[in-house]
Every structure is written in C-alpha cells, then in structure tokens.
Design a protein around this ligand. Structure first.
Ligand code: NAP
Length: 300
C-alpha cells in the first residue's frame, strides 16, 4: 500500500488565509497585529527562519518589529529590550529566535517575556497552561501537527500515539496534548534512554518522529497502515563534488520516506510537511494575542 502524502504546504496555506482574514477584521478596528522579532547574531539558519517569518507576516497583513542584535550583546541589554517590547501597546507578540549565544541564559530571557505576548508558547506560564489543559498559547510545531491530523480527519481518540523525542519544543508538549480528553490518544514517549526503539514505534497507530536524526525511522520500525508524522529537519551534506566543499546540503527528515511510505497509510514529507505549519500557527497565535490584548474592556 502506498501512503497518502500529507500536503503540509496546502493545509498551511488555508491556515495562513484564516490568519489573514482575522488580521483584516482587526485592521477594520485600526489594529495591525505586530510581532517583535529579536535575532541575536548572524547564524545563517536563524536569519533564514526569521526572513521566512517576516515574509509570512507581511503576506497576512501583519507587521514585524525587527530587532537585530550583535552576537556579543549582553544579557542585561537583551532583557531591557524585552521589557520595552512587553510595555509597548503596539506590539502584540514577541519572538526571540533560538538558539541564543552561550553567554545568554535562554531560560531567563524566555521567562522575561510577558506571557500575554508569548506567541511561541515557550514561557513557563504557557507550558503550565498546556499541561493543565487551560487556555494559553500552544507551541507552534505541536499545534501545527495537531492541525494536520485534524485537517486530514485522522482520529486520535483510542489510537496509540508513539512520540520519538521529549524536547520542550516538540516532543513533550505534543505528548501532553495528545493525552488531553479531547484528543484521547494513548501515549508512548521514546528518547535516547529507550531500549529497542523499534519495539515501541511498531506499536504506533500514529508515529511522530521528532528526534533530529536523519533516517532514524525505517520501514521495519513502522506498523502497517500507521500515520507517520516526520518533524525532523536535518541538513545532510550532499556527498562529493564542488558543492559539497561549499557546504551544499539537502534536507532530510527523521523518517526514511521511501521505505516507510510503502507501509504507512499517511506520511508527511520533508520538506513540505510539518515545517510550513509551524509558521502558519505562529500567525494564528499572533492573531489571538492581538485579539486578546485589544479586546474592548468589559462594561462596568
Ligand atoms: P532536540 O531538542 O534535539 O530533541 C530531540 C529529542 O529526540 C530528545 O528528546 C532526544 O532524546 C530524542 N532522540 C534523539 N535521538 C534519538 C534516538 N536515536 N532515539 C530516540 N530518541 C532520540 O530536538 P527538537 O528541538 O525537539 O527537534 C527535533 C527535530 O525536529 C529536529 O530535527 C528539528 O530540526 C526539527 N524541528 C522541526 C520543526 C519544524 O517546524 N518542522 C520545528 C522544531 C523542530 P533525549 O531527551 O534522551 O536526548
């Protein structure tokens, strides 16, 4: 059986259109959703992510307040800028592009964000709300994965979901969300301490790979008819030739697409699966932040 390939680009387009429609409604009230984007240093991958986010904002009728800081900026200076953005009524969301240089404590920076502007969903208050099932910002990649499942009408209730990876960014929040009552999956979480990974992944009706290891999940590790979501984005050098010397690479997921797509019922490609959803969810989170922060005060 050949798996149906989930077109993340198409679903993300729909979500970006929803964000744009919401932004247009706010614009009619004189409000333009605005994201403060802080980038420290000039790491090419981070620069390219930030540019992608800025393009998406513009296309959705939102704006970005672009703040570029040198790599040697002090932690205190960065915290001061966050304080200003927290207080700025024209800024509705704040994104600090990670990773930060080693002399800056990521925890301290994230915790300094106003949780009402935490559109990345990384603040401890957002994480706590997620675990407790309260309203709050969901991190964009897990939210995007759930949106893919929903749009493809893939039921989670009663399914055995196996998540490979337990990072605060992807695996851990996803695991928490999947066991919420409204999603009702039964869950296994795997990590580097898991012995015999395949014995667990083979049990997954829904298998989500978020390990950051190219080709980790091979066909023999997948149950027949499983839904396979590949979160991994790994830069694999292109072997041989001049391009390789110049640093050429191609993107590969955590899943061996060719082998696994012969066995799964659904599969996400890399690129073009989960990746586009992450930016779309950022736009929807920013829209929510702007709506909440600009909500008319309740009548006395
Ligand atoms: P991370 O912080 O490095 O976490 C990786 C997780 O996978 C860890 O929990 C690690 O276990 C586990 N792991 C690593 N190798 C493993 C193995 N051989 N067997 C079992 N578990 C293993 O990475 P991340 O931030 O979660 O990102 C994961 C991948 O998703 C990366 O490729 C990243 O680029 C990609 N990503 C994509 C998007 C997107 O928008 N498409 C967004 C975010 C991340 P331990 O906890 O034991 O170390």
């Amino acid at each position: 059986m050949a798996a149906r390939v989930i077109d993340g680009g198409k679903i993300a387009r729909k979500k970006r259109d929803e964000a744009a429609a919401g932004a247009a409604r706010l614009k009619a009230r004189g409000i333009t959703p605005c994201l403060g984007v802080i980038l420290v240093g000039d790491d090419p991958a981070s620069l390219s992510y930030v540019r992608g986010k800025e393009r998406a904002l513009e296309e959705a009728g939102m704006t970005g307040r672009d703040i570029r800081l040198p790599r040697d900026v002090t932690e205190e200076k960065l915290l001061g800028i966050i304080k200003e953005l927290n207080a700025d009524r024209l800024v509705h969301g704040i994104l600090v592009q990670l990773p930060l240089p080693p002399h800056i404590r990521e925890d301290r920076v994230i915790t300094a964000l106003d949780p009402a502007k935490d559109v990345d969903g990384f603040h401890p208050v957002s994480a706590g709300n997620l675990v407790l099932g309260r309203r709050g910002f969901l991190p964009c990649t897990p939210r995007g994965i759930l949106a893919l499942l929903e749009e493809m009408k893939i039921p989670t209730a009663g399914a055995h979901a196996v998540v490979v990876g337990r990072s605060n960014l992807v695996g851990r929040p996803l695991a928490n969300l999947l066991t919420r009552r409204d999603l009702n999956a039964t869950l296994t979480v795997c990590h580097t301490g898991t012995v015999d990974l395949g014995s667990y992944t083979r049990q997954g009706d829904i298998l989500i790979a978020a390990a950051g290891k190219a080709g980790l999940i091979t066909a023999d590790m997948v149950k027949d008819g499983a839904v396979v979501i590949d979160v991994g984005v790994n830069r694999v050098p292109v072997p041989g030739g001049e391009n390789a010397a110049a640093g050429a690479y191609r993107l590969r997921g955590d899943v061996d697409f060719e082998g696994v797509s012969k066995k799964a019922s659904y599969i996400t490609p890399v690129p073009g699966g989960v990746g586009p959803m992450t930016i779309a969810m950022l736009l929807l989170n920013l829209l929510r932040a702007a709506e909440d922060l600009c909500a008319p005060a309740p009548a006395p």
